[in-house]
Design a binder for this molecule. Sequence first.
Ligand code: UT7
Length: 334
Amino acid sequence: MEHSGLGLAITGCGSATPAVSVDNTQLSQIVETSDDWIASRTGIRHRRLAPPDSSLAELAAEAAKGAISMAGITAMDVDLILLATSTPDDLFGTACRVQAEIGASRAVAFDLTAACSGFVFGMVTAAQYIRTGVYQNVLLIGADILSRWVDWTDRRTCVLFGDGAGAVVMQANEADRLLAFELRSDGMLNKCLNLSYNSQPKPLLEDVAIAQGTFNPITMNGQDVYRFAVKRVPEVIEKALFRANLTVEQVDWLLLHQANQRILDAVATRLHIPSHKVISNLAQHGNTSAASIPLALDEAVRHGQVKPGDMIAASGFGAGLTWGAALFQWGRFD
Ligand code: UT7
C-alpha cells in the first residue's frame, strides 16, 4: 500500500474479562433454551458477565495495561488512546476515563463506535495517525459490556453475548506491518441489528417540542446478519489480500469477530483456509463485540499460538451494518 511517512508495528496486546462465568445450562434457568441448542448453533458454551459495581473503563484499563507492558513502553509514552466501544459508561465517551485510570496523561483520548467492527476500524484509524507521523504510540482498545444492553427475556439474543476487553499497542516502525485493509458500511441494512434510542415527544414551550427517552435493548435479525457475514467477510479479506499482493496460502491465522463458530467455519471454507488456522475462543467468551478480536489475539499470543511475524487476516462485522478486514503481521521482528 502506498503512503508517505512512517510504517507501524503492533507490538503489544492485553485483555481482561470479568471473573464471573455463566454456562449455557445456567442460562436455561432464565430463558427457554438448552446447552445443546446454543453449543450446536453457535459454538458458545460460556460467557463472562460484568458485575453491577464494575465499569467499562476499569475493564478497558486492565486490558490496556497488559498491552502497554508487553510493548515495553509506559503509559506516559502513549500519544493517542482509541476506545472502540458501543457500551460506554458515559455517552460523552469513556476513553478519557481510561486515560485517567492508566495514567496516560500525555495522551489524547476518544471513543470510536462501529459496533463489532470497532476494533478493525480503530486499527485503520490508528494507522493513519502513525503513518502521517503525527503520533508514535497508539493504544487501541476494544471493550464492551453488552450484558447491560441485551433483553434477558429474548433467547434469540441474550445467549450470544459476553463482556470483555482487549487492547493492542501500535507503534511507529520503519517497516509497515499493516499490509492492507478494506472497510465497508451499508446503512441500508441498519435495521438488521440495533441498540436504538426510543424517544417520546415532549412539549417544552407552546410551539417547541423535544424528544426524551431511553435506549431499547439489542434487536437482531440473526439470519440476515448471518447471511451478510458469510458473504461479505470473505470479500473484504480477498480485497485486502489483493491489495497486499498476497495469496490466501500466506495467511497464518484467520482472526474473525467471534460471533458464531458456524460463521467462522463458513468463511474459512469459502477462503480455503484450513480449520487449524482459525482462531476461536467463542466457547469460553461468546460474542464480546468490539473486544472479540483483540481478546482472541491476546489469548493466542500468550498461549504461544501466534508468533512474531505471523500473518493475520482479521475481520470484524456487525451493526451499521459495518464490516472490514485488516491484514497485519503480529509483533516486533526483523
Ligand atoms: O456481533 C454481531 C453479529 N451477529 C451475528 O453475526 C449473528 C449472526 N446470526 C447467528 O449467529 C444466528 O442466526 C443465530 C445464532 C443468532 C441464530 O441461529 P439460527 O440457526 O439462524 O436460528 P434461527 O434464528 O433460524 O432460529 C431457529 C429456531 C427458531 O425456532 P422455530 O421458529 O424454528 O420454532 C428459534 O425460535 O431456534 C429458536 N431459537 C432458540 N431455541 C433455543 C432461537 N434462539 C434460541 C435459543 N434456544 N437460544
